[in-house]
Design a binder for this molecule. Structure first.
Ligand code: PGA
Length: 250
């Protein structure tokens, strides 16, 4: 097997700076890094600066960012401010879409500027329960991809990560079965192959109640190249166990 994985933790609005540093120290004590598995954390933005000195091989990402360089946007963080602190930028998370009203068009601007500024955007997409129940999963995923990736140059796909996160599985304890997830990942891969020669190399992560217990089966699916983990990424032992499961598959 020559699979590569990205195991990413999205901490959302959890952990103080001290708690963030302590998590990194614990993970470093337990983890032997492997080049085939990228370990990535999206901590709260205010912890990024302190974490750069303890991150080592753990990659850092920002949970949110503005598409403008600077200006009168109270409370926002620009990519210029994040440069040197974060490598990855999360765009299109369903909480940003649902709670903060982010549209596919805004997400497209964010993905474009992130790529232009040398970051690796992690574009999140996924259907709600109502959309799945009325059989609209593929339509929704396709339209989110069409708009969010509009005018992205072919070469930029080399620096793009997609995260499929069914909204009904986020924070609910309900995970998509490995087969349900694989089916959508395969659909996303086909969509990408219409846009780029490098579709096979675009990492497509699964997210939504990933835990140590379900991670091996999910990660063993053909088109699943990693996980974006919320709740279980807050506890070093659970996050470590998910990383360890990915090691069994490389
Ligand atoms: P969860 O969150 O693992 O707690 O379901 C995933 C996410 O929101 O990225």
């Amino acid at each position: 097997m020559d699979k590569k994985f990205i195991i990413a933790g999205n901490w959302k609005m959890n952990k103080t700076i001290e708690e963030s540093i302590s998590f990194f120290n614990t993970l470093h004590k337990n983890l032997t890094f492997n080049d085939s598995v990228e370990v990535l954390i999206f901590p709260p933005a205010i912890a990024l600066s302190a974490l750069t000195s303890v991150a080592g091989k753990i990659q850092l990402g920002a949970q949110n960012f503005h598409d403008a360089d600077s200006g009168a946007y109270t409370g926002e963080i620009s990519q210029k401010m994040l440069s040197g602190l974060a490598t990855y930028l999360l765009a299109g998370h369903s909480e940003r879409r649902q709670i903060f009203g982010e549209s596919d068009e805004l997400i497209n601007r964010k993905v474009q500027t992130a790529l232009n500024n040398g970051f690796i955007p992690v574009l999140c997409i996924g259907e709600t329960l109502a959309e799945r129940e009325r059989g609209d999963t593929f339509n929704i995923v396709q339209s989110q991809l069409e708009v969010a990736l509009k005018d992205i140059q072919e070469l930029s796909y080399e620096r793009l990560v997609i995260a499929y996160e069914p909204v009904w599985a986020i924070g609910t304890g309900k995970t998509a079965t490995p087969e349900q997830a694989q089916e959508v990942h395969e659909f996303i891969r086909k969509f990408l192959s219409g846009k780029t020669q490098s579709a096979a190399r675009v990492p497509i992560l699964y997210g939504g109640s990933v835990k140590p217990e379900n991670s091996y089966d999910l990660l063993s699916q053909n088109d699943i190249n990693g996980a974006l983990i919320g709740g279980a990424s807050l506890k070093p032992d659970q996050f470590f166990d998910i990383i360890s499961n990915s090691y069994k598959l490389i």
